[in-house]
Design a protein around this ligand. Sequence first.
Ligand code: F6P
Length: 324
Amino acid sequence: MTKMKNIAILTSGGDAPGMNAAIRAVVRTGLYNGLNVFGVKRGYDGLVQNEIFAMDAKSVANIIQRGGTVLKTARSDEFRTKEGRKKAYDNIKNLEIDGLVVIGGDGTFTGASIFSEEFNLPIIGIPGTIDNDLAGTDFTIGYDTAINTVVDAVDKIRDTAESHDRLFVVEVMGRDSGLIALRSGISTGAEAVLIPELKVDYDSIMKRLDKTRKNKASRIIIVAEGDQEGGIVVAEKIKENFPQYDVRVSILGHIQRGGRPTCMDRVLASRLGVASVEALIEGRKQEMVGLICGQIEFTPFKKAIKHIDSVDENLTRIVEILSL
Ligand code: F6P
């Protein structure tokens, strides 16, 4: 057990629904354990600029249901420099902060890992990104809400596609990861899913479109943003092969990052938030807290940020089998 007295919390990188639920859990668990809790505005940039303020139970009231992050988030260039990190550490030292919780994705944990090593500051990470692309947790905060947003949008697109006998190429987020595309593809009955983890095999996609029921009214192809070519190029290639198809493209964009978090994300955020503070009190550092098979597990930052570059082939197979 450490004699931790003061902790701080920040959110960094792209926001994700459920971050507020995690902030609330961290603040209230800290207070519950007799700690002083500080909030940092705009991620690491706020540490550098000394935008650090005391939080109480009331400051996180009525936020569990809100998307975005009340602490705001940013990508900090200054924190990437040694001088910037030194400034950040001096601010932390002035307030006698002895532990930090950071919520974000791989960029956030890369920063945390360097900072923690340079100044021997205990830091625990909470996975918050809609992309679900971290090792050491089955799900990241925000992923469930984002895929449900995609499913809702694609169901609506399916209605109009069916009425007009159209093929829609829907581009979803996922700069380096096809996990949003894959799950939403399965749950919307997509005819094909294109993801960065797998090289696009146009031949097989064209064959599949040709082979599957000729009288299908609508077809949906989901393309991850990080796929080699993106939605517009994919749509053009399909048009070249099947001039008879009436093709449309829909790029869902940042709608996927907003909105009220689902129950799954709120519970995940609450569990990870509580565990992160308890971990700091127990003396853990330089680790990300995650949920694996329903259990709280800790993974060193350096392992957590290793992108998962393979996908479960059973999931990709399901798309093909069910597209008949
Ligand atoms: O990291 C989450 C993510 O939503 C990616 O899927 C996407 O490429 C990226 O953020 C876009 O972020 P921004 O528009 O904020 O730069």
